[in-house]
Design a protein around this ligand. Structure first.
Ligand code: PEP
Ligand code: MN
Length: 448
């Protein structure tokens, strides 16, 4: 029997199995895992290849400076919070930010949720000890339970199926809330007016008034608001659990290429970006647009090697580097990496994640971040790219649409004591609704 191109593509998808895969759970029952993977392999895709291709084009535009990416959502989604109102609040927050950024940048904003699949974020690589009792870490709802009991912390492959179904339900809500008028530009701007009623935000009033005038101008000109009633909204998550990602990967008859249909965009985390590791190998073989997180230990040579492995044909929009250096380090750590990639010549879309390099513990013991550090890293990102003549292409943030108190600062001045009021995240601290909008106003100024 001769092997076809199709067989070769499929065979390549399993090469990662012979490599080291970091951060994987130890599933207690290989047969049960195999059965789950077989069911997922038959299941309907969550996204379709044509949508992933469209996103590649959008990210190519962001890489050229013709669009700006806004990617946001929880550090770790939970099954319990996959409810209509929570999802809607997150989408609203992202859409509200996008209007402000679109105006600031005078460019389209590509909207992407860290949503509908972000269920496998380990709280820690280590075990967790409380009152002398040590148990395996919580690794995300798609792996084990958050309760601090031995039974809850055992990885359960059934949770992969639950995660698939909850992702499907979430995507359904995302799709519903981003079309049919729910995302109407005028309505989104009305929500921003509500935000502006808080006197703490007076400094953003002139920008909000400008957006107001721009909308009235468009209306007066007879702009086609029907076209503005629906927005494109993409979903993404860290491609961490390789058994899950592999099971949802399908070869597209149209292009003969493999697509991971668990989300439009997948990224490789800072902890799993080893060039010879399983994650880089697996994602090198899917045609989705992909990202890699780059922390301050990245060398220019590491970045070039990732470019060559993950985007050998130099396809614009295929590869996004999401840098997360820390406000104190970005101005020193980023330039040599960006300059090396620029000189190499293969296109990369540069995005800043100003969250993960700025995590601290508050005096009151909470894992938190300072709003001012987050904004300072974004400023540093713009400064570095402007100095090098490269393009600052987007923003990756951990946020929620609710009024949580997880990040210090902002005009509402959440302080060490204030964190306790509504600290809900199971993993990393998120900007709340107000802080997210405030960030958008400040980043919009940087984009002008
Ligand atoms: C994350 O995105 O939640 C995360 C842990 O990021 P990183 O891989 O950059 O540390
Ligand atoms: Mn996180």
């Amino acid at each position: 029997m001769t092997t076809t191109a199709h067989d070769e593509v499929v065979e390549g998808l399993d090469h990662f199995r012979s490599l080291t895969a970091k951060q994987q759970p130890t599933w207690p029952d290989a047969d049960a895992l195999g059965q789950v993977a077989a069911r997922l392999a038959e299941a309907a895709p969550l996204v379709v290849p044509a949508e992933a291709d469209l996103l590649t084009e959008r990210l190519a535009a962001a890489g050229r400076g013709d669009a700006f990416l806004l990617q946001g959502g929880d550090c770790a989604e939970t099954f319990a919070e996959a409810q209509a109102d929570r999802i809607r609040n997150k989408i609203r927050t992202i859409l509200q930010m996008a209007v402000i950024l679109t105006h600031g940048a005078s460019m389209p904003v590509v909207k992407m949720g860290r949503m509908a699949g972000q269920y496998a974020k380990p709280r820690s690589s280590n075990d967790e000890t409380r009152d002398g009792v040590t148990l395996p870490a919580y690794r995300g709802d798609m792996v084990n339970g958050h309760d601090f009991t031995e039974a809850a912390r055992i990885p359960d492959p059934q949770r992969l199926l639950d995660g698939y179904q909850i992702s499907a339900a979430t995507i359904n809500v995302v799709r519903a809330y981003t079309r049919g008028g729910s995302a109407d530009l005028r309505r989104v701007h009305e929500w921003n007016r509500g935000f502006m009623r808080n006197p703490a935000y007076a400094r953003y009033e002139s920008t909000a008034a400008e957006i107001d005038r721009a909308l009235r101008f468009m209306e007066a000109c007879g702009a086609d608001f029907d076209a503005l009633r629906t927005v494109e909204f993409f979903v993404s998550h860290e491609g961490l659990l390789l058994d899950y990602e592999r099971a949802l990967t399908r070869v597209d008859a149209r292009t003969g290429e493999a697509y991971d249909t668990s989300g439009h965009f997948l990224w490789i985390g800072e902890r799993t970006r080893d060039l010879d590791g399983a994650h880089v190998e697996f994602l090198s073989r899917v045609a989705n647009p992909i990202g890699v997180k780059l922390g301050p230990t990245t060398s220019p040579a590491d970045a070039i090697a990732l470019v060559e492995k993950l985007n050998p044909t130099g396809r614009p929009g295929r590869l996004t580097f999401i840098t997360r250096m820390g406000a104190g380090r970005i101005r020193e750590a980023l330039p040599s990496i960006v300059a090396a990639v620029r000189d190499h010549g293969s296109p990369v879309t540069w995005v800043t994640d100003p969250m993960h390099g700025n995590t601290i513990t508050s005096g009151t013991g909470y894992k938190t971040r300072r709003f001012e550090d987050v904004l300072d890293e974004v400023s540093g990102f713009f400064e570095v790219h402007r100095a090098l003549g490269t393009v600052p292409g987007g923003l990756h943030v951990e946020l929620t649409g609710d009024d949580v108190t997880e990040v210090l600062g902002g005009s509402e001045e959440i302080d060490d004591e204030g964190l306790a009021a509504r600290y809900e995240t199971l993993v990393d601290p998120r900007l709340n609704h107000q802080q997210s909008l405030e960030m958008a106003f400040q980043v919009a100024e940087m984009l002008r």
